[in-house]
Design a protein around this ligand. Structure first.
Ligand SMILES: [Cu+2]
Length: 595
């Protein structure tokens, strides 16, 4: 089938017919900071024309309730695992990447001749909850191996000593986060504070609206009708699931009625793997100038920024706090949010002016629709956007970083026979002069640094022991063809640089543990990326995109709690297949006692 035919795929569900649901709210201050959340099986309708789906959700809902907390006011959550089987998602690997017509199977509902995975069907409901973006003591951070079984309860204390931000909580079980989150185990968590309130931004309904964006697929019955049964489908070429239906707050392609006013959207990409590049269109033309971004992962930016000219890019787990101005629009106006990012995402640009033509089944983006706004009702006041937002952080000064410990991590994809590829983070340590084993060298033209791999798998020994209060510079070296959103638990970090690289990996250079690679800090002639830091990335981040042919440098400083934490790629299929490593934050006075 040729490309124009592929462009003509008709969605099997009508877009923009369901109203955007607003997740229920659990306001901690109304319950003296003590919350109980039951984790349970439930039923959910993802679209008007779909049968009800079985899900696993917090309070049995998709998404779970939005927990609203106040900075500095601790919240205790009793997470009660009341899950019961059977596991609601059918997991499959289709035997071929495309069907007989050449349509990639990931663009289609149904099993595509894949067998329902028995391992997933056997899951009984072990879970562990992580609050993403939370400054949380290690015991309550949701270590991926510290599971609680159905019938067990975990009481987690969240000090909430942190700035106002949009966080989210989700399952984090070793090896099956991709399945548990896909089944519905995710919810939003906002932290508010007076500093943010003083800015007079919309807070709560109707003008502050959370948008949790995910992608889902569904099974078919023998007559080829959608059953509503959740389907996690991958294929022999693509080990991540990129389902065709975009779901916002639990509905496929919903519509939100807005008044002619300024709205504040708190956006989270909660998808397993898909990166979105969001473009707002009216009358088929982009109107990105309606959008002002005021915040990122860990809250307010120092000053408002425009979104990038191609659109707002959000990889898995990234957040954006947006003000969108509808105030000049007559009733009946319609604006549509489209996604222009093909999958797997590799950072390639796509002009917003061409967003209407973003459908790209080959790029596993058969339906670019995300959400529609319909203007109705009485005008309301326009929000004047403060020119200064946050004053409580600055870019780290050069002096502060001069003596900082530097760490290097190579992101590596290892091709496997007859099973999905393995992705790992190879922690690199200095190679001895005499060391001629497999080495990673990084040269900038003048100087060459020689490394060898000191840890490759989650269960390898810990090599990162950052000291509380001290800056470190972490270098993330991407030696794969895709963009990886790298997430650090605990404190936020700031991006320092994106540097173009070219690299060579000799045949057999990616071993089970070893790695041989020659990295040069210079642009590859075939490289089309600009490797720029977007304005909206110059805030407090906890998840950063590392594009192909790129080193990202981040300034990391853990200030809060000592203990064992994780950092990982937030593509859930990657973190489950070993793209995750531990680190232990250390109180300085304990260092002399470390062997
Ligand atoms: Cu990844």
């Amino acid at each position: 089938m040729n490309a124009p035919m592929l462009h003509a795929m008709t969605p099997p569900l009508a877009p923009f017919v369901d109203a955007l649901p607003l997740p229920s709210r659990l306001i901690a201050s109304e319950r003296d900071g003590r919350l109980t959340v039951r984790i349970r099986a439930g039923e959910h309708r993802f679209h008007r024309d779909l049968p009800v789906s079985r899900i696993w959700g917090f309070e049995g809902m998709v998404p779970g309730p939005t927990i609203e907390a106040e900075g500095g006011r601790p919240v205790t959550v009793e997470w009660r695992n009341e899950l019961e089987g059977p596991f609601p998602v059918v997991d499959t690997v289709a035997p071929e990447p495309a069907n007989a017509d050449g349509v990639p199977v990931q663009c289609l509902p149904g099993l595509s001749d894949g067998k329902p995975g028995r391992d997933a069907a056997g899951l009984t409901g072990h879970t562990v909850v992580h609050l993403h973006g939370g400054l949380t003591p290690a015991s309550y951070d949701g270590w991926a191996e510290n599971l609680f079984a159905p019938g067990q309860t975990a009481v987690f204390h969240y000090p909430m000593k942190q700035r106002a931000a949009l966080l989210w909580y989700h399952d984090h079980v070793m090896g099956i986060t991709k399945l548990d989150v896909y089944a519905g185990l995710a919810g939003l968590w906002t932290v508010r504070d007076d500093r943010e309130r003083d800015l007079g931004l919309p807070e709560g309904p109707p003008f502050e609206v959370p948008l949790l964006i995910q992608d889902r697929n569904f099974d078919l019955d023998e007559q080829g009708r959608l059953t509503g049964r959740l389907l996690h489908k991958t294929d022999p070429d693509v080990m991540e699931a990129f389902p065709p239906f975009t779901v916002v707050n639990g509905k496929v392609w919903p519509v939100l009625e807005v008044r002619p006013a300024t709205y504040r959207f708190r956006v989270l990409n909660g998808s397993n793997a898909r990166t979105y590049r969001l473009v707002l269109l009216r009358d088929r033309a982009p109107e990105l100038e309606r959008i002002t971004q005021i915040g990122t992962d860990h809250g307010l930016l120092r000053a408002p920024v425009a979104v990038p000219a191609d659109g707002l890019v959000l990889a898995s787990a990234e957040r954006a706090d947006l003000l969108v101005d509808f105030s000049d629009l007559p009733p009946g106006s319609e604006l549509t949010v489209l996604n222009t990012a093909a999958a797997p995402f590799d950072g390639s640009p796509f002009p917003a002016s061409n967003a209407e033509n973003a459908a790209d089944p080959e790029g596993l983006l058969p339906y670019p629709q995300v959400l529609r706004f319909r203007v109705a009702g009485e005008p309301a006041s326009r929000v004047s956007i403060p020119r200064q937002l946050a004053t409580d952080y600055e870019a780290p000064a050069a002096e502060a970083l001069a003596g900082a410990r530097r760490r290097a991590i190579a992101l590596v994809e290892r091709e496997m026979e007859d099973e999905p590829n393995m992705l790992t983070m190879r922690e690199l340590g200095p190679a001895a002069d005499a060391d001629d084993g497999p080495l990673v060298t990084v040269s900038d033209g003048d100087e060459t640094t020689r490394y060898r791999v000191v840890a490759a798998h989650f269960e390898d020994r810990t090599t990162f022991f950052p000291m509380l209060g001290e800056y470190e510079v972490w270098q993330l070296i991407n030696l794969t063809g895709d963009t990886h959103p790298i997430h650090l638990h605990l404190d936020p970090f700031q991006i320092l640089a994106r540097r173009p690289i070219r690299y060579e990996i000799p045949d057999g250079g990616i071993g089970e543990r070893d790695l041989a690679a020659t990295v040069t800090l210079a642009r590859d002639p075939d490289d089309e990326l600009d490797h720029a830091i977007d304005d909206n990335e110059r805030g407090l981040k906890d998840t950063i995109r590392v594009n192909p042919n790129e080193i990202v440098e981040i300034a990391v400083r853990f200030n809060t709690y000592s203990g064992r934490y994780m950092y990982h790629c937030h593509i859930l299929e990657h973190e489950d297949r070993d793209m995750m490593r531990p680190f232990v934050t250390m109180a300085p006075e304990l260092m002399p006692f470390m062997a």
